[in-house]
Design a protein around this ligand. Structure first.
Ligand code: ADP
Ligand code: MG
Length: 275
């Protein structure tokens, strides 16, 4: 690695803008979002529903394009799905008629590639799925299914893991377990992670940096550093620092929603954005 490449961010989001064409007209979902994400960083993203978080993540994964702006991975503009990028969604999206082993190998079958069996075995062990390979998805709890989705996403040895509210459907206890698991995997692999969450606590526990998105049109409204060393223990969540940061982020999200709602209540002419 030369000096230039070590300075280059892992992912560079440049003025990312997305307009969806809908039946009732154009909808500006994402408005000139710019952010550099460095290799080996965990960036968590919070913001009100509809603030373009998923839209941004899909652009980062190459699952859809932007109206303007671009996302650059290791110096190359992302133009489509990329094996360097693993994705985990809120739903595990397992094929119900295939067992765990066959679900994990499914993307390899599609691509006609041979999986690294030793790596998959080590991942299964890492996430606590030893002996679960022959189980069908319906036999697994939600948390176990998300562990399978994690293994599937990591099976290609991606250098970036993108997660869209991956634990939003899980109970609080399982969610905490999964947060520890993500950090353990991160400490093992130093994969760059971007994780969207509804939970400010989760954003703080996992993030090196937290992005706060504004209500639609989605913009990057605030950035916070989370300076706790790793591995983190849940104890940090009861510190004054975390209490203050949680309240700051809550105020940022609620304040932004309230001010946008006030604008929306004004007469129609005033509600039209200037740009
Ligand atoms: P978030 O993940 O923050 O909840 P999304 O990125 O899903 O936000 O959506 C941002 C805005 O774009 C929302 O108003 C949503 O309704 C709209 N939107 C998302 N996907 C589409 C689509 N495929 N077509 C039209 N509008 C969409
Ligand atoms: Mg979303």
């Amino acid at each position: 690695m030369n000096a230039m490449s070590s300075l280059e961010p892992k992912l560079r989001i440049k003025a990312a803008t997305k307009v969806y064409q809908t039946g009732s007209g154009d909808l500006l979902a994402l408005d000139r979002c710019s952010l550099d994400i460095h290799a080996g960083e965990i960036v968590t993203v919070v913001g009100p529903s509809g603030s373009g978080k998923t839209t941004l993540l899909w652009a980062m994964s190459g699952l859809h394009g932007l109206t303007s702006g671009e996302v650059v991975l290791d110096g190359k503009v992302i133009k489509g799905p990329n094996p360097q990028i693993g994705m985990v969604f809120q739903e595990a999206n397992l094929l119900p008629w295939r067992n765990v082993d066959a679900n994990i190998r499914f993307p390899f079958e599609i691509k006609g590639e041979k999986p690294d069996e030793a790596w998959i075995e080590s991942l299964m062990h890492r996430v606590g799925l030893d002996g679960f390979g022959k189980k069908m998805p319906r036999e697994l709890s939600g948390g176990m299914q998300q562990r399978v989705a994690l293994v599937r996403a990591l099976s290609f040895k991606p250098s970036v893991l993108l997660m869209d509210e991956p634990f939003g459907a899980l109970d609080a206890f399982t969610r905490e377990e999964m947060n520890h698991l993500v950090e353990e995997i991160y400490l093992d692999t130093r994969t760059t992670i971007v994780l969207i969450t509804h939970s400010i606590e989760e954003a703080i526990f996992l993030g090196d940096r937290i992005v706060v998105m504004s209500a639609r049109p989605g913009r990057i409204a605030h950035l916070h550093d989370v300076p706790f060393p790793r591995p983190r223990a849940m104890d940090i969540m009861s510190t004054r620092e975390v209490f203050d940061l949680t309240n700051t982020i809550k105020r940022e999200i609620v304040g932004d929603q309230q001010s946008k709602a006030r604008i929306a209540q004004r007469p129609a002419a005033a509600a039209t954005p200037a740009n």
